[in-house]
Design a protein. Structure first.
Length: 61
């Protein structure tokens, strides 16, 4: 459970960092053209879904 919350929090932090990088400088800035989309794709398609879907150890009663 704690890993899930940490992964979703990390994904949210990556989204914020990605949007900050996206807003930097002119349109020809390499940070806003390449780095920001890569960070956002990793956050939206890898980290946040892992945080949501990753199941912990099931406890048998």
């Amino acid at each position: 459970m704690k890993k899930n919350i940490l992964l979703v929090a990390l994904g949210t932090l990556l989204v914020v960092i990605g949007f900050i990088c996206l807003a930097q400088g002119p349109a020809e800035n390499p940070v806003s053209l390449t780095v920001a989309p890569i960070i956002l794709v990793i956050a939206y398609l890898v980290v946040i879904p892992l945080g949501i879907l990753w199941g912990g150890k099931s406890q048998k009663k």
